[in-house]
Design a protein around this ligand. Structure first.
Ligand SMILES: Nc1ncnc2c1ncn2[C@@H]1O[C@H](COP(=O)(O)OP(=O)(O)O)[C@@H](O)[C@H]1O
Ligand SMILES: [Mg+2]
Length: 254
């Protein structure tokens, strides 16, 4: 079981879109991926057509009541297994913020559950570095960081790099990471500049695959579908297929 946190404290950079469609790419290869929805907005659950699940049967039940993860897993038609998110996740910081060892809960919970076998587990993080994202980063073997080309996202990378560096100390290991440029539009100078900047800054850590700006990627969640089912021949589908293969080839998802 490889655990991958899809994280960036900035919102709107493509964390949910990437979690959903890399998981869907893995499902098509029969890798039986698992998604943990750690965002109180529960966007990835909604995008997969899962809504109205009681809090106790969502990730909030795990954090609030210590309920085991295995009882919460939903198997979806496209081969993804999901533990949904819930608005109650927004209370976890206030409830558990100062509890000793709180950041290790998910790591322990995943270690204690045998149900995922060798499947990759992708965690869709909230756009904040609170208790939930700390749990995701502590539980993760690796971190996948979606980044868009806009000024504020690129500026925020310093903070992100420092946060990961700080976390490496208590973890006593390096957090392996990959950065993926999303919403890329070759015709826009800002995107080309961001690409050059990221290449220089991250070298091989930057994925070769870039995710284009594709309206189909923005439309598919409204239909409760991943990009391969919604528009299998779209540029977005090609890019997420390629990203899944690149991450598999580089051993990032195993
Ligand atoms: N490559 C893309 N092309 C077009 N729209 C995208 C793309 N990636 C994400 N979006 C849209 O941008 C918005 C933010 O993406 P999302 O994945 O929810 O980001 P995050 O989870 O980081 O907040 C959503 O409306 C999503 O549908
Ligand atoms: Mg999101």
């Amino acid at each position: 079981m490889a655990v991958i946190a899809v994280f960036n404290q900035k919102g709107g950079v493509g964390k949910t879109t990437t979690t959903l469609n890399v998981a869907a790419g893995l499902a098509m290869l029969d890798r039986q991926p698992v998604i943990l929805d750690l965002d109180p907005q529960a966007h990835v659950s909604l995008a997969l057509g899962v809504r109205g699940v009681p809090s106790a049967a969502c990730m909030s039940g795990f954090f609030r009541s210590g309920l085991p993860l295995e009882g919460m897993v939903r198997r979806l038609g496209n081969g993804i297994r999901l533990i949904p998110g819930h608005a109650d996740l927004s209370k976890i910081d206030a409830l558990l913020g100062s509890t000793p060892g709180v950041a290790s809960r998910l790591r322990k919970g995943l270690r204690d559950t045998g149900v995922f076998g060798p499947s990759p587990v992708l965690i869709d993080c909230a756009p904040a570095l609170g208790v939930l994202s700390l749990n995701a980063l502590f539980a993760a073997d690796r971190v996948l960081i979606p980044v868009t080309s806009d000024f504020l996202t690129i500026q925020g990378l310093n903070r992100l790099d420092i946060a990961l560096q700080v976390l490496e100390q208590p973890l006593q290991r390096r957090i392996e990471r990959r950065v993926v440029l999303t919403r890329y539009d070759e015709s826009r100078p800002q995107c080309r500049e961001a690409l050059a900047n990221l290449k220089q800054r991250y070298g091989e850590v930057l994925c070769d695959t870039r995710i284009p700006d594709d309206p189909a990627l923005a439309e598919s969640p409204a239909h409760g579908l991943d990009i391969f089912v919604y528009a299998g021949d779209s540029p977005g589908a090609h890019a997420y297929r390629q990203l899944t293969m690149e991450l598999l080839d580089k051993g990032f998802l195993a």
